[in-house]
Design a protein. Structure first.
Lengths: 182, 114
């Protein structure tokens, strides 16, 4: 059975040649991950939809620059992250988040679900209010499960810098959530 | 403040990215510092909420919109690739749009080659 890496190595050159079916396969593999990142950075479904479109158009335009020695998902996250940050810099309206859309975590009991939803209600506005440069590494770590070294590669910084930004993001988030509670 | 230097260790501990000596250093401090223990619990709760919350599903039609922007051909249900304009024309939807798209020419791949 082919590994994910083998499948990607077969798929990417076909995308680079402009094959539509290859794009479909690629989107099938990574569409959800890109969507999640866009949603967590943009905060609403409508904005995330615009952002995700911009990301994939950029991926398609730049895929020729991908060298198959590196992991594709790291390259993809880097492209997506750069597009997110540029898009957010141009955004004119205040960052928001759609609480209803995000309260879908699964819990073991109804009571635990209520507690979780209350926690999410406090967390998401605080997350949306973080500076983009802190929110992004935190989302990549906690939302996408990427390692510090992967995040460093994506953000083009050192592992120590990635670690520090995530730490600062968490501290800022904790402060903001404390203020919400008070 | 002495606890400030443990902020980063607390965060890295949640991510399982501490070395053994850092882990030992942190645990020794947590044993003595109630404030950092509370901070540790708050950060773990925060991490749990964020990592377990589920983003909404992609909107229906997002993939099609992306492919339309890129200019990727859609299939016509017979397994034959065709221009997006032809699908619209056959369905009777958006005749003007179909006419405009159908003269757009062949789909151009990412490097300008059809």
């Amino acid at each position: 059975m082919q590994s994910s890496r083998q499948i990607e190595l077969g798929l990417i050159p076909r995308c680079q040649r402009g094959e539509a079916d290859a794009f479909d396969d690629l989107y099938g593999r990574f569409g959800d991950a890109v969507w999640r990142l866009c949603y967590r950075m943009a905060g609403t479904i409508a904005d995330a939809e615009d952002l995700a479109q911009d990301v994939w158009v950029t991926v398609w335009e730049q895929i020729g620059s991908f060298r198959c020695e590196a992991a594709f998902h790291t390259w993809l996250y880097r492209v997506a992250s750069n597009v997110c940050l540029q898009w957010l810099r141009k955004r004119t309206h205040t960052p928001t988040c759609s609480l209803e859309e995000s309260c879908r975590a699964s819990s073991s009991t109804p009571e635990a679900e209520v507690v979780r939803r209350e926690g999410v209600k406090r967390l998401l506005p605080a997350l949306a209010a973080l500076p983009d440069s802190l929110r992004l590494p935190l989302v990549l770590r906690a939302g996408e499960g990427l390692s510090y070294s992967e995040i460093a590669e994506i953000l083009d910084c050192t592992t120590a810098a990635a670690k520090m930004r995530i730490s600062r993001a968490r501290a800022a988030l904790a402060e903001a959530m404390k203020e919400e509670e008070a | 403040m002495i606890c400030d230097r443990y902020q980063e260790l607390l965060s890295a501990d949640i991510d399982g990215e501490l070395t053994d000596s850092e882990q030992h250093d942190l645990q020794s401090h947590l044993h003595e510092c109630a404030a950092c223990r509370r901070k540790c619990d708050a950060m773990r709760e925060q991490h749990e909420l964020l990592s377990s919350s589920v983003a909404p599903s992609q909107p229906t039609g997002l993939r099609s919109k992306i492919k339309a922007r890129i200019g990727i051909r859609e299939h016509n249900g017979l397994g034959e690739p065709c221009f997006i304009g032809h699908i619209l024309h056959r369905s009777g939807v958006g005749t003007r749009i179909a006419a405009k798209k159908s003269v757009a020419g062949p789909t151009i791949g990412p490097w300008g080659r059809a």
